[in-house]
Design a protein around this ligand. Structure first.
Ligand SMILES: [Zn+2]
Length: 298
């Protein structure tokens, strides 16, 4: 079985993680722009971060056979530094329309402040103007109201519900998201919040339509193998294989392929690695022997 993890922060993960992900069957990932655990103080830090998402991080994943896409956006936490937020919002158009960018994200609410509302709405307007997908991070506190508000504001700003992915759902929010016609993504955390066991029951109850599983793995306690591990548990617990395939591969692909930035046919092919490749003269190998797969015979 192959897997798509459509929400993972690869910049925080090591090559050991990337190799383990590829070995577990993860074939494609989406890395949304996020905060780094410590607030940035200059717009230039965002320029370099966005550049790494479309450059070095894509290269690192490709070196191990994983297709890397990204989403560009100003996250809700850092939207609260209003002066910096205005500078970052001006940067978004310079990155969001580049190759391999599949959405505006992750954007939305954290504490539901006026500053967060301003940044969220400005980015929704940009997404609508350019017909882009939107990936929304819902708040961890007051999740039900925060989720409803995220959907309502997106709708008010003219976002097509088929282009809206609401993430970090749980049992309390899934019905609202599905009823709205948006995609309902679930972040599987290893210990707390949403775990694999709960995810199995959600898919059993709601079926696979428009439901997406992701890891959201970052610099905190998280698991980059959440998607394959949850898929395995679903199969063990009797969820039909076609449903497991939908929530761990097909739905994310259908949702984000609307961006026209995903070469769907290429994902069907077995990746052939050539670790002699360089990115801006740099390699991931640190002097170690490159893996070079034989070309496919004609
Ligand atoms: Zn995230």
């Amino acid at each position: 079985m192959r897997f798509f993890d459509p929400h993972i922060h690869m910049t925080s993960r090591t090559t050991d993680d990337i190799e383990a992900m590829a070995a577990a069957g993860i074939r494609a990932v989406i890395e949304p722009a996020f905060w780094l655990g410590q607030p940035r103080t200059h717009a230039g830090s965002f320029i370099d971060y966005f550049s790494s998402l479309i450059g070095w991080e894509r290269f690192r994943c490709a070196q191990f056979g994983i297709a890397h896409y990204c989403a560009i956006g100003l996250n809700s936490k850092e939207a609260n530094n209003e002066a910096l937020a205005r500078e970052v919002l001006e940067l978004i158009p310079h990155f969001a329309l580049k190759e391999g960018v599949v959405a505006i994200g992750e954007i939305g609410y954290d504490e539901i402040t006026p500053a967060e509302d301003f940044a969220y709405q400005a980015q929704l307007d940009f997404a609508r103007q350019h017909d882009l997908m939107v990936m929304v991070h819902t708040p961890h506190r007051d999740k039900k109201n925060g989720t409803r508000r995220s959907i309502d504001v997106a709708r008010e700003h003219g976002i097509d519900m088929h282009k809206l992915v609401i993430d970090h759902n749980n049992e309390e929010t899934v019905r609202d998201v599905l009823d709205a016609g948006a995609w309902a993504a679930f972040t599987i955390y290893p210990n707390t919040k949403m775990g694999s066991e709960r995810m199995v029951e959600i898919v059993r109850q709601y079926g696979p339509q428009r439901i997406i599983v992701d890891s959201s793995a970052d610099w905190g306690v998280s698991d980059p193998l959440s998607v394959p591990k949850t898929a395995r548990l679903m199969l063990e617990r009797g969820i039909p294989a076609a449903h497991v395939e939908a929530v761990s591969w097909g739905n994310a692909l259908h949702a984000y392929a609307q961006s026209q930035q995903i070469d769907v046919a290429a994902l069907d092919e077995t990746p052939r690695l050539d670790q002699r490749q360089l990115f801006a003269d740099n390699s991931v190998l640190r002097g170690q022997k490159p893996r070079i797969d034989e070309p496919v015979p004609n």
